[in-house]
Design a protein. Structure first.
Length: 243
């Protein structure tokens, strides 16, 4: 069996190429189905569950999507031939197996990479008896541990807090600004977050700076121009209600 799901940044995903191959559909058709569901699902769900990327074929770049289990279920919901249902079962089983694998690793209390680094340090200490060398290796390992990226649970907390911050900024889901400006505000937040920590994506936040990331979210506000747009937009919504 081809690999159906993958672990990326401690999150279990599949992609549009895999879906197309397993369900016997053209990749363009799968992309069309995905974009349709993104339109229907809305900005909040789509930002968390669909990630557009590219793949190379014959020296050219083509679009594809990475999908969480929730996004996968949404896209393939209408694929209901007997063969498609059996394929969906295989995907579901693989998502479950991969998630259990990640949970098992997290229940051990330490990142697998961290465990490997500590094992290497222990072996080195048994071989090397010179105190100065042992101290140097400990410092190197500690540096590596401090720069490790946040795990899956911490990523989920960042996403949840970020959603709450954006919702508060626009005035809630019922606000006029949510309907008209939520995409712009979400983009502004993630841009500010990545710029502040100087990372390409929020999942690359160092584990040692997780608490700082939570604090950043709690203090974040849109810039003055965007706040004015939100206020104007919500004011228009209230005016319509009065009329």
């Amino acid at each position: 069996m081809n690999q159906l799901v993958f672990i990326q940044d401690n999150q279990v995903i599949t992609d549009s190429l895999t879906i197309a191959g397993m369900f016997g559909k053209g990749h363009d058709n799968v992309l069309r189905d995905i974009r349709k569901q993104i339109e229907f699902a809305g900005e909040e769900f789509s930002l968390l569950n669909f990630e557009e990327s590219n793949y190379e074929s014959r020296g050219k770049q083509y679009p594809k999507f990475n999908l969480t289990e929730e996004a996968f279920a949404l896209v393939v919901f209408s694929y209901n031939t007997k063969e498609a249902v059996q394929t969906k079962i295989k995907f579901i089983q693989e998502f479950k197996r991969m998630k259990e694998f990640i949970q098992k690793q997290e229940q051990q209390g330490q990142d697998p990479v961290e465990l490997a680094l500590q094992a290497s340090l222990k072996n080195y200490q048994e071989i090397k008896t010179i105190k100065g060398e042992v101290i140097e290796v400990k410092e190197t390992v500690q540096t590596l541990v401090d720069t490790m990226r946040i795990d899956g649970n911490q990523e989920a907390q960042i996403r949840k807090r970020a959603n709450e911050a954006v919702m508060e900024a626009v005035g809630g889901k019922d606000a006029n600004a949510y309907k008209q400006l939520s995409k712009q505000v979400f983009s502004a937040f993630w841009r500010d977050f990545k710029n502040h920590f100087q990372i390409p994506r929020y999942g690359d936040l160092p584990r040692s700076r997780f608490a700082e990331g939570i604090k950043f979210i709690s203090m974040w506000q849109p810039n003055t121009s965007l706040r004015m747009d939100i206020t104007t937009c919500n004011g228009q919504g209230q005016l319509k209600l009065v009329q």
